[in-house]
Design a binder for this molecule. Structure first.
Ligand code: AMP
Length: 126
């Protein structure tokens, strides 16, 4: 079910639990700003999620409230993960879903990295 991205941060969301180590994950990369791990239900041959360590509901919340340091750390973290995974030469796709129409399901900001095959047109029709 899609979330309402205008609601306050929920400490019980699944990515908050992953960050606290309460739920296991397959970590790809971690630094002081970000955690990157494999999506549990991959939609491409390579499907990695990158999340900031701070408590941000969505891209909207993050872009409005995060410090310059957190924003730089997150953007650099996403780029680093894709680069280290060898995705730059063949190419890859970034996606951040926000709120109801964006079909965001987890209320902690995450960027999807998809790669591993030609990904086709940007949006599914319908
Ligand atoms: P979104 O619709 O953008 O909120 O995407 C949420 C993503 O989180 C989906 O692609 C899920 O497959 C993924 N997901 C949910 N729970 C887990 C989990 N425990 N570990 C890894 N990925 C997860």
């Amino acid at each position: 079910m899609a979330i309402d991205a205008t609601q306050p941060y929920d400490d019980d969301n699944i990515f908050a639990k992953i960050l606290r180590g309460e739920i296991p994950n397959k970590t790809v990369y971690e630094d002081e700003h970000v955690l990157a791990f494999y999506d549990i239900n991959p939609q491409a041959p390579q499907h990695i999620l990158v999340i900031p360590k701070g408590k941000y509901v969505s891209w909207d919340d993050f872009s409005a409230r995060a410090s310059e340091s957190d924003i730089a750390g997150f953007v650099r973290g996403v780029g680093h993960v894709a680069r280290e995974a060898g995705m730059v030469e063949p190419g890859y796709r970034l996606l951040a879903n926000i709120g109801q129409d964006g079909h965001q399901e987890v209320p902690h900001l995450h960027v999807h990295i998809f790669a591993g095959k030609p990904l086709g047109p940007m949006l599914a029709k319908g």
